[in-house]
Design a protein. Structure first.
Length: 477
């Protein structure tokens, strides 16, 4: 069924169920609407797209809508349907005055129930999936859900143990199935990407520790959506010959832990550690493995502000491609230090960051979070510094192997040793009513010592300051 018809059918079903309460014990509808004007100059530090082939339009007005409908039969059985009109600019696509494109999308659709006579909870369907991470760092670097923008078709089982001090969660998701029911010929090929994970959160007084593990199987003929290929594959996989994998199926695995600890003094400690190893059984140029760690301190003794110091380190590329990649592989990375303009880090408004790649970089962020000096106004100010951990020779070879800058690695996002980024950002939310917030966001960033030997002299000579300012309204209902 075409997507517009499917969306219309979903809306009709909602109206029918709402009109006939007997079909469900309760129906709850909630969501949010946001509209914003954004001035963004110097995107990618050049004012061009990542490949340097297009010029930016500095002013856009963005709009989006999310609607969740929960059907609850009882405390042990519920169903959720989520609909959205995704981020779009005024005057384009859906928001064009004449002949607009239909873009109502079902983006969550799952059943949740408790197995009878147990405390085991099962969630099945298209749902948010995110691996464990500490809250001050936005979402997971291996697989994050990006506030509902990157859900997955999955089956997740959660079983609490020891009076909720210990729990186990296991999940399976099919992320890609390129050919669906039938392969393109009578020869069967691997065209899926399957993902499984297991978490074991442990909660005791003042401490939450969550060890976790994940594994994936990638079929050689799977058509990976952008940018998943860049975050999961090594640059050598794109080099000639074009048939990158020798094996029909290849495995990847990750292991890590997330820790949050409240000290006896008013200080909270956050930390994550991750190791990933992908496709080690195939050609060495397809192998990708790496490490990543982050940590943060937050002082909680003030009522009007929460000072934070955050840092991270990710292993970087060495000088060659023939032995694969040394950066952490990721399926759907959504990581960022809270408030930083360098990252998509759960800012109030959208389309408002420099998209720095955490893998192959390290840095520090100083935050002044939850500033509340004026009634109904909450603010954040963040100062960020980042530098690269990848070999310049490795990134230069990656650019050559993948068709130029912006294809696999991008200037200002993927950092070589010696390249540096600085940024300052602020967020301000003023509660006009209990349901409507006025949001103002600003950001500045600049890159230093970009290498012409990697990105080309034309790109490096164009690099300068990036400025962003946005004002918007968010209505939650």
């Amino acid at each position: 069924m075409p997507r517009p018809r499917f969306a219309a059918a979903c809306l009709a079903a909602l109206c029918l169920v709402a009109a006939v309460p007997a079909l469900a014990t309760s129906v709850a509808m909630y969501g949010d609407f946001r509209v914003q004007g954004t001035f963004f100059s110097g995107q990618n530090y050049t004012g061009w797209n990542a490949a340097g082939t297009q010029t930016e339009d500095t002013l856009n007005i963005w709009q989006r809508m999310r609607l969740h409908v929960d059907f609850t039969a009882n405390e042990n059985l519920s169903f959720r349907l989520g609909l959205r009109v995704n981020n779009e600019t005024w005057g384009h696509g859906t928001l064009t005055a004449a002949n607009p494109t239909v873009a109502v999308q079902p983006y969550q659709c799952y059943l949740q129930f408790t197995v009878p006579d147990t405390r085991v909870q099962v969630t099945a369907g298209y749902q948010p999936v995110s691996l464990p991470h500490t809250e001050v760092f936005y979402d997971s670097l291996v697989f994050g859900t990006d506030s509902g923008n990157s859900d997955a078709a999955a089956l997740i089982v959660r079983a609490p143990l020891l009076d909720d001090a210990l729990a186990v969660t296991a999940g399976y998701a099919r992320l890609v199935d390129t050919n669906r029911t039938y392969d393109t010929t009578t020869t069967q090929v691997g065209d899926e990407l399957d993902f499984t994970f297991l978490t074991l959160p442990i909660t005791v007084s003042g401490l939450r520790l969550t060890p976790w593990g994940a594994a994936a199987i990638l079929g050689r003929s799977a058509d990976l959506p952008s940018p998943m290929g860049n975050t999961l594959l090594a640059a050598g996989s794109y080099a000639s010959p074009s048939t990158a994998f020798a094996n029909n199926q290849n495995a990847a695995f990750w292991t890590g832990a997330a820790l949050t600890y409240e000290l006896p003094i008013p200080v909270k400690v956050y930390a994550d550690g991750i190791y990933g190893n992908a496709f080690a059984g195939d050609r060495s140029r397809n192998h990708r493995q790496g490490w990543f760690a982050d940590a943060a301190l937050e002082y909680t003794g003030f009522t009007a502000v929460a000072p934070q110091l955050l840092g991270w380190w990710g292993s970087g590329e060495d000088a060659g491609l023939s032995n694969g990649s040394e950066r952490l592989p990721g399926v759907n990375p959504q990581w960022g230090p809270r408030g930083s303009f360098l990252f998509n880090a759960d800012q109030y408004l959208t389309q408002a960051s420099m998209n720095t790649t955490p893998q192959g970089s390290m840095g520090l962020v100083v935050n002044f979070d939850r500033i509340s000096l004026i009634d109904r106004l909450t603010s954040l100010v963040a100062f960020s510094y980042a530098t690269g951990t990848s070999s310049p020779a490795g990134l230069r070879k990656a650019v050559a192997a993948t068709g130029g800058p912006g294809q696999y690695v991008t200037m200002g996002q993927d950092l070589a040793q010696g390249e540096r980024l600085l940024s300052i950002a602020s967020e301000h939310a003023f509660a006009l009513t209990d349901a409507v917030n006025l949001i103002v966001e600003t950001g500045w960033a600049r890159g230093y010592d970009f290498r012409a030997s990697i990105w080309g002299r034309r790109m490096v000579n164009q690099a300068g300051d990036a400025w962003q300012g946005a004002i918007g309204l968010i209505y939650k209902f």
